[in-house]
Design a protein around this ligand. Structure first.
Ligand code: ATP
Length: 237
């Protein structure tokens, strides 16, 4: 049984139909990447999964249970945590306060402290800036803080929306290495990326979205080698 199963998802914003019957499954332990052009529906798929928008049609099952209509904060409690595009950092709170908010669903003080230490080990830049206001961090540092904060909810499944967006090339490498490390610590990841090259490199499997529908799906290495993907998404002729 997959950890997440999305079946025939239809989502519209008013008259704009963003998804027309998207189906995908994420197996426990894997990194699945969702790639596609601007406007293909990647962000909308994540929003439909995490309860930020309500599907018109379709089912979403997490850990064997239907989660359509379950509010996002309850999903966090169950282990499904979404790091949205734009990151959702509270600029007027300190880095430390932002981080602490990630553990809002938990009361196990010792466990929280251990997870906090583990997250800060992954993100030493965040650790150096704990007392700073989060709004003073660079874009890359805010991204790291957003992921570190998500880890404090102890996710089973992490939905990451464009973690590499707007980062300096060196930081892009770092973020992907960290994503792999988080996965190797046992967190299943659904990764939305514009950077298809890096995403296919880090992921086990991939789904290609085109105008709100699944165009291709398969092992990431196979898609990375396919002529169609190379031409359309990897910039190879
Ligand atoms: P991007 O990489 O640009 O975020 P995406 O693949 O994530 O692209 P979505 O953001 O999911 O795509 O958008 C899918 C479609 O839904 C697009 O046609 C977009 O214009 C439309 N859309 C997205 N958000 C809204 C909204 N809040 N109101 C109206 N239309 C929207």
């Amino acid at each position: 049984m997959p950890l997440l199963k999305v079946d025939n998802l239809h989502i519209a914003y008013g008259a704009v139909k963003a998804l027309h019957g998207v189906s995908l499954a994420v197996e426990a332990g894997e990194i699945l990447t969702l790639i596609g052009c601007n406007g293909a529906g990647k962000t909308t798929t994540l929003r439909g999964i995490s309860g930020m928008v309500r599907p018109r049609q379709g089912t979403v099952e997490f850990d064997g249970q239907s989660i359509v209509g379950v509010p996002p904060h309850q999903l966090v409690r169950r282990g499904l945590v979404h790091v949205p595009e734009g990151r959702g950092i509270f600029a007027n709170l300190t880095v430390e306060e932002n981080l602490d908010l990630g553990a809002f669903t938990r009361t196990d003080t010792a466990g929280i402290a251990a997870d906090r230490e583990r997250a800060l080990t992954l993100f030493p830049r965040v650790k150096e800036r704990l007392r700073q206001l989060a709004g003073t961090l660079s874009g890359g540092e805010q991204q790291m803080l957003a992921i570190a904060r998500a880890l404090l909810a102890r996710p089973k499944l992490l939905l990451l929306d464009e973690p590499s967006l707007g980062l300096a090339p060196q930081l892009v490498q770092t973020i992907f290495a960290i994503i792999r490390e988080i996965n190797s610590q046992g967190v299943t990841i659904l990764l939305v990326e514009q950077n298809a090259n890096m995403a296919l490199h880090v992921a086990h499997r991939a789904v290609v979205l085109e105008t709100g529908a699944v165009r291709m799906a398969g092992p990431a290495a196979e898609l990375a080698a396919s002529d169609e993907v190379r031409k359309a998404y990897l910039g190879h002729g």
